[in-house]
Design a protein around this ligand. Structure first.
Ligand SMILES: [Zn+2]
Length: 264
């Protein structure tokens, strides 16, 4: 989860600024449609989008200087549309536009894994509206799962309401899955997503640390243990990852089934 995302982000600031302007234009159109259908979208936020749709304004509006922040500043506005389409026709168009607005950044490991551009041993284990869970790709111990947003979101502060509401229960369920399968001394939950030059696609590690894992790394714990793992670079065996993922997927299904029964 730290050194695993090491692909350099392409220095294409101008292209991203243009893409942000186009994206803002699409978000504006989709909000106008949603407003026509009675959705609660303020004229103020649409005014901001109109500003973003003017070439040159998109990058100036963004607080950061990285191409990523210029692009992704549009996502939270679009994401708010998803849960509240007020009529079927408007809802259909809104969802289609929302998917069009979804930012997919080639060269970002989080996006590449979801888009199938990068191999993902074990596949996707569990999904919610805003989040996806998979086994870590990189030098952390077997059983470490990654909870990441479906969107290319690079800051917790930018999560929309749906993503924020889902996160607590999802972290608990993911921790329950790894605790059931690994019986760790403790399950770590942490996130850095901090690249050399820019923020990275969020990825929250849910890491079961057993006595056996600690023994393998000289009894270390916490961030010192993680630093040693990343420095050593030993990745778990792919066949073992796939086997673990089969069991984890089934446990997530059981959790989903039992919470559906609780609701009914
Ligand atoms: Zn991404």
């Amino acid at each position: 989860m730290l050194a695993i995302i090491t692909m350099p982000f392409p220095p294409l600031g101008a292209i991203f600024a243009t893409a942000a302007a186009v994206t803002a234009g699409i978000a504006l159109i989709s909000h106008l449609l949603a407003k026509a259908g009675g959705a609660d979208v303020s004229w103020f936020s649409m005014g901001l989008e109109a500003l973003g749709a003017i070439p040159g304004m998109a990058s100036r509006q963004s607080s950061g200087t990285s191409p990523e922040s210029a692009t992704t500043s549009r996502v939270p506005y679009a994401a708010r549309l998803y849960p509240s389409p007020s009529s079927e026709a408007v809802g259909f168009i809104t969802v289609a536009l929302y998917r069009l607005v979804r930012v997919d950044v080639a060269g970002c490991l989080g996006c590449d894994l979801l888009a199938g551009r990068h191999e993902l041993p074990g596949g996707i284990l569990h999904e919610t509206a805003a989040w996806v869970v998979n086994h870590v790709v990189g030098p952390l111990n077997l059983g470490t799962l990654i909870v990441g947003p479906r969107e290319h979101v690079v800051a917790i502060a930018e999560l929309d309401d749906t993503a924020a509401a889902e996160l607590g229960p999802l972290l608990r369920d993911t921790a329950r899955v790894v605790e059931t399968l690994c019986r760790p001394e403790q399950t770590y939950v942490c996130m850095w997503s901090h690249g050399r030059d820019a923020r990275k696609h969020l990825h929250i590690a849910v890491q079961p640390v057993t006595a056996e894992v600690r023994a393998r790394y000289g009894g270390l714990r916490s961030e010192q243990l993680q630093a040693r793992m990343l420095a050593d670079g030993d990745e778990p065996d792919i066949a073992e990852v796939e086997q673990f993922c089969e069991q984890a997927r089934e446990l997530f299904r059981e959790i989903a089934r039992s919470s559906a029964e609780d609701r009914s």
